[in-house]
Design a protein around this ligand. Structure first.
Ligand SMILES: *Cc1c(COP(=O)(O)O)cnc(C)c1O
Length: 858
């Protein structure tokens, strides 16, 4: 008898036994559970000092670090008077910060996003969009804004990247143990039973745990469906960021928007303004509509007025393909119950997400967002314009440049992204209160008079730390993983602190053109191997697991980096994340960015460089289109010269090589016997002086209030006053206009009493009188009648040149006469027509009720 046949394998349950923290260290636990430490170098440093080894092994996670302290560690810490005093001091800073009352002057905001990049420790972000949202919350805290945010707590987060010896990207998804993260679970009133949010889907209920991340003074609530009450099918809703198929995406966006608003209601949180960060969150307005209709008994149209008046949609994508579209049957499966509850038809509901109502287009989240938000914006000046073009089909009869779609250029949270050494430098030279003054160019201008040595030394300290990090952290990793330790050794030996160090780090999406530098390898080889003026490149970035092209590019760069002529000169660093980003961007001399214009909506990594005296070499796209100043960095090709992308790539590559050889390298090494180049440091000063103040998150936050939040909150309050009197009136007015619009008739169009030929020739300076006689029929609204001049641009696209209103000179019964005395002022070839629009003083802008009647002049 072989007994072992019947034995089973051990079944383990995870038990974490933590050394109990003594009362005097309880504050460490409290501090660890507020992300305030992330952007406070002193708090950061405190945890690191507790145990440098644990800080490293936990990747800078103070919660985990505290759990792993040994009794000896605790003994050592509590008996270290200096350390305990530092703890008290940091805690006092924290308390002073946290206890500051919120600013009640400015409107309050609810902010929804699929991802938040707050710290590397919380793997709920993938890239720029998330980091932006994370920075935004930190700034909301610093600016004392009354903001509440909603997102997801992903079980597997975004992937960790490793590379096979052949250079193939390997994506690994590690399950997060939420108990080890700087967040807390939301409990019921008893403080013991987990609070469970029940979100009704059409056929069943999805249950969520709710977690709260304290971001300074701000709360971020995260939904988590990975709990036993849910089926496997639903547990996976919050497993991965941007993972799964379209149905899973639908389930996620339903949860974020609908569930998120339901959560705020459960928590008793109501805000003045609702801000959706990208179209993913647009269903928040579906739930808000329901709340007005079912909760308050409002009509759908009235609900729509109220929801729109308090909503802002920020788009981050410059191309339609980047938006989410859902097939009608998938939409029906999840939102099929909505129209009836809202009191509209299914067709009317789907049309809210279609560029062309009544067509068979898929349901677009961005169009739904545009139709349910009064305001919308892109994320840089250029992207604002691109977004107007992209969204033009939604408002027929208008020129893209007339649309209300605006912009706020993205910024970065300075205390997060400026290295601690720079922050100390700024406090010393710009003033103790420089954080408050961070958007003032005048304050930053003080760097001009700082001794250049001091600037340079600050930069070098950070650069050396980056090199040290590569040698130790990556060195060890490569030695462990590599079949050829000699190669790793020569890479490490090749790193030269005196070389001009150029960094490139971003997602390996095709449009980012990571390949550009490698267009002419011989020329590149000459640049990096110049013995007098050495240049080195650091590359990093992840490719989306489904993006074969991006992964191929990583492999290609890795192969090049292994060629003898490039070993140690071009280095690829695995697993670009926030931690690496902060070391890398602050530690290089130049930050390189080469997107295909205009596909970089904003980009923010270059702005992080600015806060660290690192100079940008970048295509004039996204934020750099506005940010670039001569003598403060370098710009590539203003204009898109070639329609053929490969020709454009060649041209841009040549420009990079030229700039490097003729300007950048000579400037960097023009040291005239000193340890550094005076000209280079002057360029650093210029970039800090003229660029840095304009790309902080503080400036971005202020812009959102100034351009959108205040306006929305004020109008929303107006519409809500007197039991929604104005909202009600607007609904009635819009109904009336729509009902009678077709009874509007053109009686006559004339010019000086004669009818105008369509191909009329004019002399400049000639005058004419244009008259339009209308019969409004049953239509009772006021009208705006405009003479519109347009002209074709060099791409053959019609652009608005001028619009001039006609005057109402007679109104008899339903017959109205409009007139314009008009001087032909400009020469040129124009297209000219009349346009009639209904007007109402309570319309926020014409796109709010985009009804147009064009009238031919001929
Ligand atoms: C800042 C940041 C980004 C965004 O940078 P881009 O300029 O948009 O490429 C992406 N990933 C990480 C980890 C970042 O820190």
């Amino acid at each position: 008898m072989i007994a072992s046949k019947r034995a089973n394998d051990p079944v383990w349950t995870s038990i974490y036994a933590y050394a109990q923290l003594p009362a005097e260290l309880a504050r460490l636990e409290e501090l660890a559970h507020n992300l305030w430490w992330v952007w406070n170098p002193r708090a950061h440093h405190l945890y690191k000092t507790l145990s440098p080894e644990l800080w490293e092994s936990t990747e800078g996670n103070p919660v985990m670090l505290l759990r792993q302290l040994s009794s000896e560690d605790i003994q050592r810490i509590t008996t270290d008077a200096a350390l305990m005093a530092e703890l008290e001091a940091v805690y006092a800073d924290y308390k002073a910060y946290i206890d500051e009352p919120a600013d009640t002057e400015r409107p309050s905001v609810a902010y929804f996003s699929m991802e938040y990049g707050l710290t590397n420790v919380l793997k709920i972000y993938s890239g720029g969009l998330g980091v932006l949202a994370g920075d935004y919350l930190k700034e909301a805290s610093d600016s004392n804004v009354r903001m509440t945010a909603v997102g997801f707590l992903y079980r597997y987060g975004y992937f960790t990247q490793t590379l096979s010896p052949e250079g193939q990207q390997q994506a690994s998804y590690e399950a997060q143990d939420f108990a080890q993260l700087p967040l807390e679970q939301v409990f019921q009133q008893d403080g013991q039973t987990p609070f469970v949010l029940e979100v009704p889907y059409s056929s069943h209920t999805v249950y969520c745990y709710v977690w709260k991340v304290k971001v300074g003074r701000i709360s971020l609530y995260l939904l988590d469906t990975d709990i036993a009450q849910n089926s496997e099918w639903d547990r996976s809703i919050t497993h991965q960021l941007y993972g799964g198929d379209w149905e899973n995406r639908m389930k996620q966006e339903y949860l974020l928007g609908m569930g998120g608003v339901q959560l705020l209601t459960k928590l008793g949180i109501k805000k003045d303004v609702y801000h959706m960060n990208e179209g993913h969150a647009a269903f928040m307005n579906a739930q808000r509509l329901l709340d007005y209709v079912e909760g308050e008994g409002r009509s759908f149209d009235e609900a729509l007025e109220l929801v729109r008046a308090s909503s802002l949609y920020t788009v981050h994508t410059p191309v339609p393909a980047g938006h989410d579209y859902f097939a009608e049957d998938l939409l029906g499966k999840y939102l099929g119950h909505l129209p009836q509850r809202l009191g509209i038809s299914w067709g009317e509901f789907v049309d809210l997400g279609r560029e062309h109502p009544g067509s068979d287009e898929k349901f677009s989240m961005s169009v739904f967002a545009l139709n349910t938000c009064q305001e919308a914006n892109g994320v840089s000046l250029l992207h604002g314009r691109v977004s107007q073009q992209m969204f033009a089909p939604v408002w027929r009869g208008f020129f893209p440049e007339e649309l209300h779609v605006g912009y706020v250029t993205n910024g970065v949270h300075l205390p997060t992204w400026a290295a601690p050494e720079w922050q100390a430098f700024y406090r010393k030279h710009l003033g103790e209160d420089f954080i408050k003054q961070q958007t003032s160019e005048e304050t930053w201008s003080r760097v001009q008079s700082v001794p250049s040595e001091e600037l340079w030394d600050t930069h070098l300290t950070i650069k050396h730390r980056l090199i040290e990090h590569i040698r130790t952290f990556y060195g060890e990793k490569w030695l462990r993983g590599s079949a050829a330790p000699e190669t790793t050794m020569s890479v490490l030996e090749g790193i030269n602190p005196n070389a001009l160090l150029i960094g490139f780090g971003r997602r390996f999406a095709t449009y980012k053109r990571a390949h550009l530098l490698f267009t002419d390898l011989e020329r590149l080889e000459r640049i990096v191997n110049n013995p007098k003026y050495p240049v080195q490149f650091l590359f990093t970035g992840k490719a989306h697991p489904a993006d074969g092209g991006g992964q191929g590019l990583i492999k290609y760069i890795l192969e090049i980096s292994r060629r003898p002529e490039f070993v140690g000169k071009i280095i690829f660093l695995e697993n670009y994340d926030m931690r690496l980003a902060s070391k890398l961007i602050a530690g290089v001399d130049i930050w390189l960015n080469t997107p295909t214009r205009p596909l970089e909506a904003s980009g923010t990594s270059g702005e992080k460089a600015e806060m660290n005296g690192v100079l940008n070499l970048s295509v004039l796209d996204g934020w750099w289109y506005e940010g670039y100043r001569e003598g403060a960095g370098w710009a590539l090709t203003d204009k898109r010269t070639f329609t053929d992308q490969s020709l454009q790539d060649k041209l841009d590559a040549t420009t990079i090589y030229d700039l490097l050889e003729k300007e950048i390298v000579p400037l960097y090494f023009n040291r005239e016997g000193k340890a550094f180049s005076e000209g280079w440091v002057q360029t650093m000063k210029n970039s800090m002086n003229y660029i840095a103040p304009h790309y902080t998150m503080r400036r971005m936050m202020d812009d959102y209030f100034e351009r959108f939040y205040c306006k929305l909150a004020a109008r929303s309050a107006r519409l809500h006053a007197d039991n929604n009197a104005i909202a009600h009136e607007l609904v009635g007015w819009k109904h009336g206009v729509l009902a009678h619009w077709d009874s509007l008739q053109i009686v006559s169009v004339s010019n000086d009493g004669h009818s105008i030929g369509s191909s009329g020739q004019r002399h400049t300076g000639s005058t004419e009188t244009i008259q339009l006689v209308l019969d409004k029929g049953a239509l009772s609204c006021d009208l705006l009648v405009e003479l519109v001049d347009a002209a074709e641009d060099d791409k053959g696209q019609l652009k608005l040149v001028e619009k001039t209103p006609l005057r109402l000179i007679d109104s008899t019964g339903s017959r109205c006469t409009y007139e314009l005395n008009f001087v032909q002022s400009k020469p040129g070839h124009f297209k000219r027509a009349l346009r009639i629009l209904p007007t109402h003083p309570e319309l926020p802008h014409q796109m709010d009720f985009a009804l147009v009647r064009w009238v031919a002049l001929g």
